[in-house]
Design a protein around this ligand. Structure first.
Ligand code: LRH
Ligand code: MN
Length: 430
């Protein structure tokens, strides 16, 4: 039986919190008015903000060492959709879900579409998977997939991606995201150019099957599962591949796929300039691809990324239409709470970036006034936009304090009774 967050509970909780919110909202409105910023214009843009939920993020994640399942784990895509609907009930900013095949594969995709429709959820980018061998798989991906030296293995991987497009069309998705772990662990093991050529030839066969209104998003990653070289290891190989494939191919930036201290906001600026920014997998990390909650460690970097995105929006940059999505692994928190928190964190970076005084910034940049240019960004970053985020949620029927309302709903305890513990504390990210 589908569990949702009771609208009456949200209303009752909001009623308690609204007087304080109105006070804070009015105070912020006066502060922004002194900067000639109309808070209502900003709140409307906050209401339009959407970020997709990774289906695989609704379950407890793990590492190669272990996974410690939580209570009421979703056991299939239908239960992952239920949890995603709860996140959207409270946040009103996550109406799209991104599936991963074959993890979310079903026999009847029309039935799955009907179920998502019944939950007012839409389908975001389709993620293919040629980084694991499936039960009945003929050719192994041990030595790669789209760049494998075995033509049979490449053809198998191409077929899987084309099948993902077919399933995505039934669900109403418009994007295929391709991340491959292809690479090598030993110097000399792989011929870098030949491997890239095999990858490109395989991707050309997938690209040829793309519907005219679809995009193909290429995701780069520095390392893991390969630990010496990775075929698409950085934005350089990524944009070269996207340019080689054609206008529907774009680059996807997963924040955790870069070496520590890489200037990701500058990579974003380059991809925007060459109309190759397809979208993002937001998360945060301290060491490797840690897939931690977005903005939990580097909120200023996340803000600086949105400063580039809002600047492009402000300049009406041609071909600018990036897709936003979370890609996280929740090993020690309730995944629903982490996804609610992270969606709000990314939305906060966007709203703060809307407050940047761009004409002033341009002046300081042209006059090499580095300090005032930096302060212009910091002023926006340090503005507490919490009242705008809460008001945007409340006006759309969401919760002023989504975590508090979620806990009041006892949703997790309820589904824990309905979903027997799937046990299996093996290892692996999902
Ligand atoms: C690879 C990645 C990719 C997904 C996987 C779940 O690290 O970021 O986006 O396919 O995580
Ligand atoms: Mn990713």
């Amino acid at each position: 039986m589908t569990q949702r967050i009771d609208k009456a509970l949200i209303a009752e909780q909001n009623d308690k919190l609204m007087p304080a919110l109105l006070e804070d909202y009015d105070a912020l409105a006066r502060k922004l008015a002194r900067q000639d910023i109309d808070i209502e214009r900003i709140t409307k843009q906050a209401e339009l903000f959407q970020i997709a939920i990774p289906s695989w993020g609704t379950g407890t994640g793990g590492t190669r060492f272990a996974r410690f399942p939580g209570e009421g784990e979703p056991r299939n895509i239908f239960e992952k959709l239920e949890d995603s609907a709860v996140i959207n009930d409270l946040s009103q900013a996550t109406e799209r879900v991104s599936p991963h095949f074959p993890w979310d594969k079903v026999d009847d995709f029309k039935e799955l579409k009907q179920y998502s429709d019944s939950l007012n959820l839409k389908w975001d980018s389709i993620n293919s998977n040629t980084f694991q061998d499936q039960q009945d798989q003929q050719h192994s991906y041990k030595y790669g997939s789209l760049s494998n030296t075995s033509e049979a293995a490449r053809e198998q991987a191409i077929e899987h991606n084309i099948e993902c497009i077919k399933w995505g069309k039934i669900l109403g998705s418009k994007t295929l995201t391709v991340w491959v772990g292809d690479g090598s662990n030993h110097p000399g093991q792989q011929h870098f150019q030949h491997a890239f050529e095999r990858y490109l030839n395989s991707m050309k066969k997938i690209y040829a099957e793309l519907p005219a209104d679809w995009e193909l998003h290429i995701e780069h990653k520095m390392f893991e599962p390969a630990f010496y070289s990775t075929v698409i290891q950085d934005w350089g190989s990524n944009i070269l591949a996207a340019m080689e494939l054609g206008p529907q191919a774009k680059s996807l930036v997963d924040l955790g796929h870069h070496a520590p201290n890489v200037n990701i906001e500058m990579i974003v600026s380059r991809l925007i300039q060459f109309k190759k920014l397809g979208g993002f997998h937001f998360n945060d990390s301290k060491y490797g691809d840690d897939d931690l909650d977005s903005g939990s460690l580097h909120p200023y970097q996340q803000f600086l990324i949105f400063n580039e995105l809002v600047d492009a929006q402000y300049r009406k940059q041609e071909g600018f239409n990036p897709n936003y999505m979370l890609d996280q692994s929740h090993n020690v928190t309730d995944p629903i709470e982490s996804l609610i928190n992270s969606a709000a964190s990314v939305q906060r970076s966007y709203v703060a970036a809307l407050l940047v005084n761009r004409p002033a910034l341009t002046d300081y940049q042209l006059n090499n006034d580095a300090l005032m240019a930096s302060n212009t960004l910091k002023e926006a970053f340090h503005t507490d936009v919490t009242p705008i985020l809460a008001m945007a949620r409340a006006r759309k029927g969401g919760a002023i304090d989504p975590i508090r309302t979620y806990r009041q709903s006892a949703y997790r305890a309820t589904v824990a009774k309905q979903r027997p513990n799937s046990g299996g504390n093996g290892s692996g990210i999902v």
